[in-house]
Design a protein around this ligand. Structure first.
Ligand code: GN1
Ligand code: MG
Length: 375
């Protein structure tokens, strides 16, 4: 590893803590995550390994050792499973964690920041929005397969990295506290959004109630199934599911519902012009086809019924989360403009409205697809 002037010495120093065998030519910010900071590390040897360096947001992920232990269990399990499937390429299809020189999966610097390194997956693309039915289908297949491959991972091994992550009751409780405190003095701007959220509380708690009644099994799921968390290869085929920080026990409907926010949405997650936000039914259909192709083998009928509930719940919960952060003064999500969280709130709220309008159609698609695969 040699040093060039363009590389920030601080980053270069911390990279030397990892077992990296490369002559590094550049370190550039990478990706569009809202929580961690990500950099791509380029190797001068074009045929050598490139790396992905991340600073883990330890205000969000409060127990980094536990988080990284989860990632080791998950990636090792995925590699073991794929090793038994002919034609698999473990290096390309699963993230590879690079250890530090003293054998740890992360490095803590003198300022208390946590860093980790992965192999960078070359010749792949990720998209914030879907543009073709093939992409939608591949997205569905990728997340369905991901759940299927993790179905036999010992659930006790995986700890909650963020407790109550998709627990809508706890999200709503935090939201009500934020409304009450009105810390940033913004409540007067969002009264209709607050009303919209409150009107749907009971309906949106259905998945939790079913879970508590033992009707929905807890499984290891991804919990952050944005389309940009699937890497596609140069033929637009799904290659690898990334961003494994929230892989933990949850309901399959969480993954199905969260993916619809980016896969069937005609606009971006934070679209300012809400007129542009709508549901692309055909993309929804292809996503469902891809997902159920992989998941039909293990889903229970109750889980199948829960998918549509998840489709409404996750954009709703995301509305609650963005609005909570807005009311609290933007401490959680990275923002690009002062009212970014408000813009995100309104975009997600509009998406919920559109999903409500299309509810029956979407439910029909799920059922028809299920019957096609079952027959
Ligand atoms: C965050 O950082 P990113 O973009 O992968 C968030 C998700 C939200 C998403 C909204 C740990 O994910 O839950 O759905 O923003 N991750 C965490 O875009 O809160
Ligand atoms: Mg994420």
């Amino acid at each position: 590893m040699s040093h060039t002037n363009s590389i920030d010495t601080r980053i270069f120093k911390l990279l030397s803590a990892f077992k990296i065998d490369a002559d590094i030519v550049s370190v550039v910010p990478f990706g569009s995550g809202h929580i961690n900071d990500t950099y791509r590390i380029k190797n001068s040897d074009l045929n050598g390994v490139d790396y992905l360096l991340q600073r883990i947001n330890h205000h969000v992920f409060k127990d980094v050792p536990v988080l990284m232990q989860n990632l080791l269990y998950v990636t090792e399990h995925l590699k073991e499973k794929l090793a038994g499937i002919p034609g698999s390429d473990l290096e390309k299809e699963v993230m590879t964690i690079v250890e530090t020189r003293d054998g740890k999966p992360y490095f803590k610097d003198g300022d208390g920041n946590y860093w980790r390194v992965f192999h960078f997956l070359k010749d792949t693309s990720s998209y914030d929005q879907v543009t073709t039915t093939q992409q939608a289908y591949e997205g569905g297949k990728a997340f369905g397969r991901f759940q299927a491959l993790l179905a036999d991972l010992e659930p006790e091994l995986i700890k909650d990295t963020i407790p109550d992550f998709h627990n809508v009751e706890s999200r709503l409780a935090k939201f009500e506290k934020a409304v009450e405190a009105d810390k940033a003095g913004r409540l007067y701007k969002v009264l209709s959004e607050v009303e919209f959220i409150r009107e749907r509380v009971d309906e949106m708690s259905e998945i939790l109630r079913l879970g508590r009644a033992g009707r929905l099994p807890l499984r290891i799921v991804h919990n952050d199934t944005k389309f940009n968390n699937v890497l596609l290869n140069s033929n637009d085929h799904a290659q690898c599911v990334i961003d494994l920080d929230t892989v933990m026990p949850g309901y399959v409907a969480y993954d199905f519902g969260d993916s619809i926010r980016t896969i069937a949405n005609t606009a971006s997650e934070d679209e300012f012009n809400i007129q542009l936000i709508d549901i692309n039914i055909s993309l929804f259909e292809y996503y469902t086809k891809g997902y159920l192709k992989e998941a039909v083998h293990f889903l229970t009928e109750a889980e199948l019924d829960s998918l549509l509930k998840g489709v409404l719940l996750l954009p709703y919960a995301q509305t609650v989360r963005f609005l909570t952060d807005y009311l609290e003064g933007d401490h959680y999500y990275k923002i690009q403009s002062p009212d970014h969280n408000l813009q995100r709130t309104r975009a997600q709220l509009t998406l919920v409205k559109k999903l409500e309008e299309n509810r029956e159609k979407l439910g029909q698609i799920i059922m028809n697809t299920w019957h096609q695969y079952k027959s």
